[in-house]
Ligand binder design. Sequence first.
Ligand SMILES: Cc1cc2nc3c(=O)[nH]c(=O)nc-3n(C[C@H](O)[C@H](O)[C@H](O)COP(=O)(O)OP(=O)(O)OC[C@H]3O[C@@H](n4cnc5c(N)ncnc54)[C@H](O)[C@@H]3O)c2cc1C
Length: 510
Amino acid sequence: MSQFDAIIIGGGVNGLIAGTLLGRRGKNVCIIEKSNRFGGMASYSVDGGPTLAHSLYNLSPRVLSDIGIDPQHPVLSGKPVSTVSLSEDGRHIVFKNEGVFWSEGAKHPESDAWTDLTQQLITYGGLLRQLAEAPPPGGQKAILSRGGLNEFLRLAKLGIGLKKLGKPEMRRFLQVVLSNVHDIVLDDLPEGSVAGMLAADAIWGSATGPRSPGTVFNLIYRLGHGGNITQPAGGMSALTDLMVEAAQKAGCVLMPETEVFRILLDDDTVSGVATNDGRTISTPIVLSNLAPKLTSLMTGHSIFDIETTRQFRNIRARGTAAKVNLRLKDSSPLPGLPDELADERLIYAPSVGYVEAAFNPAKYRQMSKAPVIEAFKMQTADGASWLSTIVQYAPSDLEGGWTETAKEQLAEITVETLSRALPGLGDQIAGKQVITPDQIESATGAPGGHWHHAEMSLDQLLTLRPANGMSRYSMGPKGLFQCGAATHPGGDVMGLAGRNAALAALEAQP
Ligand SMILES: Cc1cc2nc3c(=O)[nH]c(=O)nc-3n(C[C@H](O)[C@H](O)[C@H](O)COP(=O)(O)OP(=O)(O)OC[C@H]3O[C@@H](n4cnc5c(N)ncnc54)[C@H](O)[C@@H]3O)c2cc1C
């Protein structure tokens, strides 16, 4: 008799969601997490500072309903935020649902073009969302089986959705979805801050620049749930606490501060896991929230053929996003920013060319001296005021490594860059935290500290995610599944990878 029907290795967002869904379907589930806090990258913080992830834009309503979280829950009722593109001349640009405005209130001349392009990308995002809510097409299910029929219906729906677009739009969709964001954005908008903001939203966390193929896909992925951005009330860790509560309600046993180091096999079938505190826990099903290479190290390579082992090794995951949290001396508005914009999402990406130039050093293992930055002003539970920033193009494999000097340099670059638009920011800073991709990797296991555990590039998407032949969540030995961000459809605080993996595990049950 197994101790659990299923064990989840890793209690990140996807692990929590996979476990909760299985628990709600009557399975006796244990979620094992190596750190003392569940939530993975979404809730990782240092000394109570801001968490790595700091905003919500892609959380799937389908996931919430599957794990029994009310979308109206107070934690999720945070105010939608606008995006502000910071300008050196103090004329910041504000992006709202109603269009684009100068910070003093007048409509921006590129507002209509931005709205048209964004709406079009949101429509495409809705189509891709249908693909995201299930394993990618291409399984070998008989059409008359339940799974086969569902897959057929889903594809038919997607086909109808595409058809409804009309011929010219459909042609445009196919042209756009595989393109680079540089070309698509600059076809419709002049070079400058409005275009720069869209380019920035296509590259967060990835080792690509606006000219890299497939970057429009990333932008569409980000807009897949409509493009609204919110911050959960109480911060991201309040949301992951809510997920922990849902897992407990579903009957899951939560095991924090326990590291799995081995997946046990009986011949070619999963039989349990071994943990660092000397326990072996039996189960016929394991879902791993970790990237495939780490998971395969836990089973041992001998269960996989050479080609598969090579594929694990070749999955690209070069993290490029660092967190620089700036503790502010007081909670007064940032210098150079009107009061009413103080709580919005701030972006420093003055043009598409700037974003591309910021990427160049990262190609050669250097940090960008003029990075792309996303910032939120926020308060942590202890009442401290912070500017939480994501700094893009701080490569995991920095030449010379992420020494204390390199980290200090990144913090200085961040303050200098933001100070171009927020003059005097430096005088407001009481302390700094720098969290680099190598640190994210050692804290969470994400290869290269990568935002999505594996690059979201055309050769690692859909049926090719995380690698050819592994897109339907099962992996090698019978009973082993992957449920983390490296699997389809990818990461963000979205949860579909965990949900889809749990459904695949249920479906595979005899
Ligand atoms: C700098 C940065 C900023 C980001 N900002 C945002 C944002 O604002 N909004 C957004 O939507 N997304 C953001 N993301 C992306 C998002 O946080 C991730 O894509 C998502 O949280 C991944 O979730 P996951 O559950 O798949 O994996 P993870 O969060 O990586 O979870 C894996 C879990 O497994 C645990 N684990 C590892 N090894 C073991 C072991 N041997 N035994 C037991 N447990 C183990 C880890 O401790 C971890 O909890 C950001 C990412 C980064 C790097």
